[in-house]
Design a binder for this molecule. Structure first.
Ligand code: IPM
Ligand code: MG
Length: 395
């Protein structure tokens, strides 16, 4: 028996979502200017420790950040500010993914360094709140999730431009149980939302002399939304005649990233939210795992920098949090520094990370007691930075 009442209720629910989404489209279209960090004093960097291993690795990354920004902190150009209240206990206390006072505090910062946050899912010990990450990306309109993966010895030098505010995520907590037996989720792709991410990817390619941009969809099956993303990507590509454009379906792209002969050819990869989520974890694995990868969430007004991995509660439960790899958060700091215009400091920190994590590897983390602690690795990074600056060597 088909319940017309259930269908009518579902239609009401859907109608409300459409109103919200159409408003969002108008907002994107109205646009705003990009923040100009050179004019800000101080540039406020908000620091969110996060859950699980988050506070451990964030603390270590902040040590290095303070070291490379010592002059700027002293002369008042930069301020580091702790933003409490985003841990899962606090979110559950007010039953909000992003408590209002925390959102206000975040909005008083210009950029944010964020440790991983627990994302509850059905069946967990926590109520099934929306992910704080997803909520923050949406509330601060951080539409571009930029994730570089580099493995020089394998010729891998990829940068993923993952759309960060749409796709399966934007209404991920607003799906609908029409009856006990029928659940429906929604995927949303908009023309201006696709256009801005694809354009950013092409602009990056153009500025860095990269001759190829690849889009990833599943437009052969998900026709309306992925079809729109692909169509928009093709249109934007035509504005960049010097840059080659090609498109791939996500399944074969997942395979090609493992193909040693072909994968070197990929450079800039632009893709909708969920495919970006999945492929960037796969890609990070070639570089030494998700623990080594940072991620930038860029919007016009705000930007947030984080590790690409989760809060690893198992490591905490097993007493291994001190062995968590802080390199992902340090890579996030490098991206943050570059974003706010401190290219020299970013370079120094990146070079020290390459030396410590890939070239020299005198201190190695395994995530367990047979390896170094995050603090020991950080000491090694700091020592490397100090050695180089004493020698006056240009890092
Ligand atoms: C990521 C994470 C998040 C995502 C989770 C924690 C919500 O996996 O940043 O890739 O799916 O985007
Ligand atoms: Mg992910």
């Amino acid at each position: 028996m088909i319940s017309t009442e259930a269908i009518e209720k579902a239609k009401d629910h859907f109608a409300k979502l459409l109103v919200e989404q159409l408003k969002r489209v108008d907002q994107i279209k109205s646009g705003e200017d990009w923040a100009d960090y050179s004019r800000l004093k101080p540039i406020i960097i908000g620091v969110v420790g996060g859950d699980g291993i988050g506070p451990y690795i964030t603390k270590e990354a902040v040590r290095v950040l303070k070291y490379v920004l010592a002059d700027e902190i002293k002369n008042g150009k930069v301020e580091l500010r702790d933003i409490p209240g985003l841990d899962i206990e606090s979110r559950v206390r007010v039953m909000k993914p992003l408590p209002e006072d925390v959102l206000l505090a975040l909005k008083e910062c210009h950029v944010i360094l964020k440790g991983p946050l627990t994302t509850p899912k059905k069946g967990d010990k926590w109520p099934n709140l929306e992910s704080a990450n997803v909520s923050m990306r949406r509330e601060l309109d951080l539409f571009a999730n930029v994730r570089p993966v580099k493995v020089p010895e394998k010729g891998i030098d990829w940068i993923f431009y993952r759309e960060n505010t749409e796709g399966e995520y934007v209404l991920g907590s607003k799906g609908y149980n029409v009856t006990d037996d029928l659940a429906v989720d929604f995927k949303v792709i908009t023309t201006p939302g696709s256009e801005r991410i694809v354009r950013l990817a092409f602009e990056y390619a153009k500025k860095n002399g990269i001759k190829r941009v690849s889009a990833v969809t599943k437009a052969n099956v998900i026709k309306a939304t992925d079809g729109k993303f692909l169509e928009t990507a093709r249109r934007v590509a035509s504005d960049y005649p010097d840059i080659a454009f090609d498109d791939w379906f996500v399944d074969i792209m997942a395979a090609k990233l493992v193909d040693e002969k072909r994968r070197k050819d990929f450079k800039v990869i632009v893709l909708p939210n969920l495919y970006g989520d999945i492929l960037t974890d796969e890609a990070a694995e070639f570089q030494g795992g998700v623990g080594t990868a940072g991620s930038a969430n860029i919007g016009k007004r705000y930007a947030m920098f984080e590790a690409i991995h989760g809060s690893a509660p198992r490591m905490v439960d097993e007493g291994r949090a001190i062995y968590a790899d802080p390199a992902s958060m340090m890579r996030a700091c490098v991206m943050l520094l570059r974003h706010i215009g401190f290219a020299v400091q970013a370079e120094r920190m990146e070079m020290a990370l390459d030396i410590c994590g890939q070239l020299e590897r005198k201190v190695v983390l395994t995530g367990r007691a047979d390896g170094a602690t995050g603090a020991q690795f950080t000491d090694y990074v700091m020592q490397t930075l100090q050695d180089r600056s004493h020698r006056g060597a240009k890092l």
